[in-house]
Design a protein around this ligand. Structure first.
Ligand code: IPE
Ligand code: IPE
Ligand code: MG
Length: 264
């Protein structure tokens, strides 16, 4: 029985040994990852980009397991951006095949470990069979409570904000809401991440230092961490390094260092 299976049987997280306890303190409540570098990883090995994505899917399995084990409540993975539709269709199709395979092979583990799968993005744009499989997986895992795994698919941060604005405008036209009643809290409830905390930490792999249209609203105060490692090589040691780095940071939210932790 692996550690994660043991966790799910008890349905509580184990107390970590003292030496490791600091690792479990002050964890992000929401971790977001831009999984980048599959293509370059493959190129360096004279493999096809698709081979790179296959190796990247293995990192997804490992990182989801690790996050569940250490008790990160929300994990959001950027798997496919709206802009990624512009890639060669062979590559796009391979990505959907890999997603389908992932959803089928991981359902058992998601159930055992109480992981709720949720998709954010324009998932209606996905091929029908993939959409159905995704919708089924979301339905079957809907009551799982230990962790939310958000997959960003056909996702665009700007488009998410525009859609929220459209829905809000509709609500106002129907006179269910006054424009003056729209504040940040109300606006947030119209986003895909309505019932989730904003990401505390964003990791981007492969050394790229950009946001690429990811969670634009939600990342207002997110800590950023860039790893030089390509996504297929990003495994538990690299995740732990990122979390250690995050735990050492001082988050000020506009206050001074002295005010931190006190009411202003
Ligand atoms: C990330 O790896 C995976 C997706 C965007 C789907 P890339 O495919 O972007 O890899 P690089 O950036 O070309 O190395
Ligand atoms: C961002 O990666 C999207 C995902 C990780 C799915 P890209 O590799 O597509 O980003 P850009 O276009 O290089 O910024
Ligand atoms: Mg890339």
């Amino acid at each position: 029985m692996n550690t994660i299976t043991k966790l799910s049987k008890k349905n509580t997280l184990p107390t970590p040994p003292t030496s490791e306890r600091s690792r479990f303190d002050n964890l992000p409540r929401h971790l977001a990852i831009i999984m980048d570098g599959n293509g370059r990883w493959a190129k360096e090995r004279n493999l096809s980009r698709i081979e790179g994505h296959r190796a990247g899917a293995e990192s997804v399995r490992v990182i989801v397991r690790s996050c569940r084990k250490i008790g990160i409540p929300v994990l959001t993975l950027y798997a496919f951006s709206k802009e990624n539709w512009q890639r060669p269709s062979r590559e796009v199709q391979a990505l959907w095949r890999l997603l389908s395979r992932y959803l089928k092979s991981e359902l058992g583990e998601m159930m055992e470990n109480s992981i709720r799968l949720n998709a954010i993005g324009d998932i209606r744009e996905l091929p029908r069979t993939v959409y159905r499989l995704l919708a089924n997986t979301m339905e079957q895992t809907a009551a799982n409570r230990e962790m939310i795994l958000n997959l960003a698919l056909s996702y665009s941060g700007r488009s998410e904000i525009v859609k929220a604005a459209q829905k809000l405008a509709d609500t106002c036209v129907k006179r269910e809401l006054k424009p003056s009643e729209i504040d940040e809290a109300v606006f947030s409830t119209y986003l895909y991440t309505a019932d989730m905390p904003d990401p505390d930490l964003l990791i981007r792999t492969s050394g790229e230092r950009r946001i690429s249209n990811f969670l634009l609203w939600q990342m207002a105060y997110t800590e950023l961490y860039v790893s030089p490692v390509y996504w297929p090589d990003f495994r538990e040691p690299e995740l732990m390094e990122a979390l250690d780095d995050y735990q050492r940071r001082e988050r000020r939210f506009g206050k001074t260092g002295d005010q931190k932790g006190k009411e202003a």
